[in-house]
Design a protein around this ligand. Sequence first.
Ligand code: GAF
Length: 384
Amino acid sequence: MKNKKLIKDVKQRFKSHFNTEPLLVYSPGRINLIGEHTDYNEGFVFPAAINKGIALAIQKSDAPTSKVIALNMEEAHEFGLDALQPLSDGGWRNYILGVIAEVQKLGKNPGNFNSVFAGNIPGGAGMSSSAALENSFVYGLNELFNLGLTKEEMILVSQKAEHNFVGVNCGIMDQYASMFGITDSALLLDCRTVESKAYTIDFKDYELMLINTNVKHDLSESAYNDRRAVCENISKLLNVAALRDATKADLDGLKSEISEADYQKALYVIQENNRVQRFAEAIEENDVDTLGDLLFQSHNGLSKQYQVSCAELDFLVEKAKESPDVAGARMMGGGFGGCTINLVLKSAFKTFKKEVSEQYKNEFGTACSVYKVKLSQGTHVIKS
Ligand code: GAF
């Protein structure tokens, strides 16, 4: 569904249900060019906000409770704002409750509200529908109740909501990209200083293709938290604040104390951080071959060393390698399903799409989905 229709639908439902004009907020999902599982290691990432996101219609309410309608699911939740706790099997509700609870922890007290939201980010695709949802609510509440939060504070609220109400100890990449995205640009983000440099993205004869495996394997959340714990444990053993500060030589000195599997994971993080820097240089030099190589290397590390890939993602990357029209490809996001990101020759986009879709169907018996995305502006109010 196009964004225009998404926003129109959300607004219409709000008006027909609550009989008043809402504030409209749009918050995008994100892609990530390179730099996976480096954010919580205080390293570098290279994400961009995209033209798929969450639209939120929200307004103050005099009622003693607040109400949220999730239009995609045709579900609703009504709740008081006191003593908020995560709900077991709360699904989308916990992202919103988490945001409110984290705002309250900052000593800010939004009042009751009514809201309707809907999204067009494919679920489980690794394109950060969660961060978009969190950001849309914290942004909407901040505007509506004049809470005085900066964007930097808002993304921390969103991240903590995910830690404390959803149970995923995520880094800051997704919330940052969704909040600070810039049209036609990707952001080289230093996750330690939380400062970024915008790069206008134009791959000339090439363009980005996302291929969604349409699978999300169950262990993704627990495995994510496990990976983070491994990295933090190794940082402690090395006596550094985060793996961002470690070198391969440091790690080699620890070989007798950690398992080979954990050694490889930490080594991946150190190498991936370095790849992000080289990717930025290759963008400046318009060097598509290097960009492509770095994508393939990143995937290899994610699959073999960090062990967060799966058969479906590996298959798609193999097919990309076999094609003379694809400069590079890798899995994107947390892993265990979701999308690959591919750098594909513009003139061969259609043929590669057809080829890879057929091959995927033959191999797994289910369809993959292919998307083109535009790099877009971050979370903002829509003027009606
Ligand atoms: C998920 C997380 F939310 C991010 O913080 C990041 O760690 C990513 O996985 C992996 O790079 O999207």
